[in-house]
Design a protein around this ligand. Structure first.
Ligand SMILES: Nc1nc2c(c(=O)[nH]1)N[C@@H](CN(C=O)c1ccc(C(=O)N[C@@H](CCC(=O)O)C(=O)O)cc1)CN2
Length: 318
């Protein structure tokens, strides 16, 4: 088996790092080539609409990066920046306009939303074929049933690709997902089940987390709790995917990004590890571009067949 070009062996005999930034760049290049081919065949240039409500500084950075990368992939970007005071009804009205807009093939509502808006209601209002975050009930159901025509949430899809750089066949592996969010933990568990892993999902009520973690060959941690996972929790040689990104203030007044694992400790024990930054984060945006391409293909096929929701293989292979 050829070694993945995205693995960076440690000079100090620690964990091999999985380079999410390099993988995301490669995936974005592939998406842009596929977009050019699609457009050459007469399809409209795929358009991605991103909606941000409020002024969360991290979200502002993420949506700006999404627009930059969307252009880089040769697609159209439509940004909708709404004030914090936006009502749920106003947001639903915008989603409805975007659902009907033929220039828009993908719709994403940036999370978190302000507390007066229910994210499940809003994300579920997005047309399933434009739901590039894969968070609505139709795409959630397609994933749970193992159907190939679904759109899979971007972060777990990116985590799966990072895991596949280490090991294409995960059959029989013990996998632990720490965090049970709709955005990451739950869809991640579904993807690992599809890879024939034995999957455990840990959450805030899990009591013996370190012991459970020590059994795992694969750990995906998405809790938002900085440096939660200690080196002593990790089975030697395990693969650890760190989804967390927290900006911690430093004594010198600056800040630094840290993940959900204690990197210096875990690096000494794990076999493979994703860094923060430069691991899962860039893959989230690259997978959003991939999903927008899939959505555009799905809609092109549905248009050709004159029916909504036509079946199409939307597996991760471009
Ligand atoms: N509707 C959605 N909302 C949110 C999602 C999502 O997938 N859909 N995910 C996260 C935020 N997110 C994308 O939206 C995201 C987070 C981090 C990165 C990233 O590239 N991080 C860099 C560091 C960037 C920095 O300097 O802050 C890295 O890890 O290298 C991209 C996207 C929550 N909301």
């Amino acid at each position: 088996m050829a070694a993945s070009p995205f693995l960076r062996p440690s000079p100090t005999d620690g964990a091999t790092l999985i380079d999410g930034k390099a993988m995301a760049n490669a995936l974005t290049r592939e998406v842009s080539e596929a977009v050019a081919e699609l457009v050459a065949k007469g399809a409209p240039v795929p358009g991605l609409a991103v909606v941000l409500v409020g002024n969360d500084p991290a979200s502002e950075i993420y949506v700006k990066n999404k627009a930059i990368q969307t252009h880089r992939a040769g697609m159209r970007s439509f940004m909708h920046m709404l004030p914090e005071s936006t009502t749920q009804a106003e947001l639903m009205a915008l989603v409805s306009v975007l659902n009907a807009d033929p220039q828009v093939q993908g719709i994403l509502v940036q999370l978190p939303l302000p507390p007066h808006i229910d994210p499940v209601v809003v994300t579920n209002a997005i047309h399933p074929d434009k739901d590039v975050d894969g968070l609505g009930v139709v795409n959630t159901g397609r994933l749970a049933l193992g159907m190939k025509n679904g759109l899979v949430p971007c972060t777990p899809l990116g985590c799966l690709m990072l895991l596949q750089a280490v090991q294409a066949d995960m059959t029989g592996r013990q996998a632990l997902v720490i965090g049970a969010s709709n955005l990451v933990g739950k869809p991640m568990a579904q993807l690992l089940l599809q890879q024939n892993c034995t999957v455990t999902v840990a959450h805030v009520h899990t009591r013996n987390l370190p012991e459970i973690c020590r059994e795992a060959d694969i750990v995906v941690v998405a809790t938002g709790k900085p440096r939660l996972v200690e080196g002593s929790w990790i089975k030697p040689g395990a693969t650890v995917i760190d989804v967390g990104i927290t900006r911690l203030p430093q004594p010198d007044g600056r800040s630094r990004l840290v993940g959900d694992v204690n990197f210096p400790e875990v690096e000494k024990v794990a076999g493979y590890l994703t860094p923060v930054p430069g691991g899962v984060g860039p893959m989230t945006i690259a997978c959003l571009l991939l999903n927008t391409l899939k959505a555009a293909r799905l809609q092109k096929k549905a248009g050709r067949e004159g029916e909504e929701g036509a079946e199409q293989d939307l597996g991760s292979g471009i």
